[in-house]
Design a protein. Structure first.
Length: 368
């Protein structure tokens, strides 16, 4: 009996050591699995960005070649490399390239803003056009056109101010000891209706020619964005994008909820405020230059999340998808129907409306 007790006593530490070693091996396997999954996700996101950039380049090359003054793709490349004759350089560099760049940058700005709104508010319907921020920018621009007879940079400034004022109003109305996503969306929808009604009232009171000018702006187009406006748009979007890269670390924790975000060391309210300020600036900037381009901020982040996987914010993927979407829509509006040209905002509206209906139907089915 004494020998048996001694054997059991000697086996006890060995068993515990074996159990601990097995737990260590299991933990190491889980860690390797997580690391491998992160590598695969990173590769997938890089692949989405690379493929999207290649598609954007191909569409841009086609857009530079299409038109009444036909320029073959090889001549387009020659012009871009510094060659070509005077007429080819004028057509490619002065007429077509600014519009293409404007479409790309506007798409990037709206897509980045939509990704931030949807991730921080945890709502796939949270986009600037639905929340009323784009409508506020339109109200500011229409007020400048019809009330002050202004144009150019003044209209852009009023549009920027209108978007910011609406965002501040939504913020104040939705704040109750913190910023809650559902309340923010509901207040934003109400502000969208209010701004839309105000724009309609201003148009109804205006003379026909003035109303036509304002109505054309509210549709949304990049046809006339060039020169200083294009540089301002590009510089502002790049600046906001750089700030967003710094703040993007908080997007994943915020998507898990405020409690989880705080447990991970993220100051939820401060991070959400900073991210939404950048998103509002992107929307106001793009809308002030190109008008309210509908549904880009709603569709591009959703497509990017599906391509990148795991339902994350996918900032870089959303930017690429937004650029491809707006550029493709602008090219389709120009050349899809011979003899008919549709502004960019009309084409994105035709694309986005069915998607919104599908998203609403899917949301209702998931809740049932």
């Amino acid at each position: 009996m004494a020998a048996l007790r001694a054997a059991r006593t000697s086996d006890g530490p060995n068993a515990r050591n074996a159990s601990a070693a097995g737990a260590d091996v299991e933990a190491a396997g889980i860690a390797r699995g997580i690391a491998d999954a992160r590598v695969r996700d990173r590769r997938r996101r890089v692949l989405v960005v690379v493929v999207g950039a290649a598609v954007a380049a191909a569409v841009a090359l086609a857009a530079l070649s299409f038109g009444a003054a036909g320029v073959t793709p090889d001549r387009v490349l020659a012009v871009l490399l510094g060659g070509g004759d005077r007429i080819e350089r004028f057509v490619v560099l002065e007429l077509r390239l600014p519009r293409i760049l404007a479409a790309l940058v506007v798409g990037v700005a709206f897509a980045l803003a939509g990704a931030v709104f949807q991730s921080t508010l945890r709502n796939p319907l949270a986009s600037p056009d639905i929340l009323g921020i784009s409508a506020g920018a339109s109200l500011g621009a229409v007020w400048a056109i019809l009330g002050l007879g202004a144009g150019g940079a003044i209209v852009a400034g009023f549009a920027f101010g209108g978007g910011l004022v609406v965002a501040i109003v939504i913020w104040l109305a939705a704040w109750r000891r913190g910023l809650h996503g559902v309340r923010f969306v509901l207040v934003g929808v109400g502000m969208a209706y209010l701004c839309g009604s105000s724009v309609a009232w201003l148009l109804a009171r205006a003379e026909v020619r003035e109303a036509q000018t304002a109505l054309h702006w509210t549709v949304g187009s990049v046809a006339d964005v060039r020169g200083d406006e294009l540089w301002l748009l590009a510089l502002g979007t790049a600046t906001c994008g750089a700030v967003l890269v710094v703040l993007a670390r908080a997007l994943r924790p915020l998507a898990l909820g405020d409690d989880h975000a705080r447990a991970l060391g993220v100051r939820a309210d401060a991070a959400r405020v900073a991210l939404l300020v950048v998103a509002v600036a992107l929307v106001a900037l793009a809308t002030s230059v190109a008008g309210p381009i509908a549904f880009v901020a709603l569709i591009a982040p959703a497509v990017a999340r599906r391509l990148a996987g795991h339902g994350e914010a996918a900032i870089a993927s959303a930017a690429v998808v937004g650029g491809v979407l707006t550029l493709g829509a602008d090219v389709a509006g120009q050349f899809a129907i011979p003899g008919f040209t549709a502004p960019l905002g009309i084409v994105t509206g035709v694309i986005g409306a069915p998607y919104l209906l599908w998203l609403l139907a899917r949301t209702e089915r998931s809740r049932a």
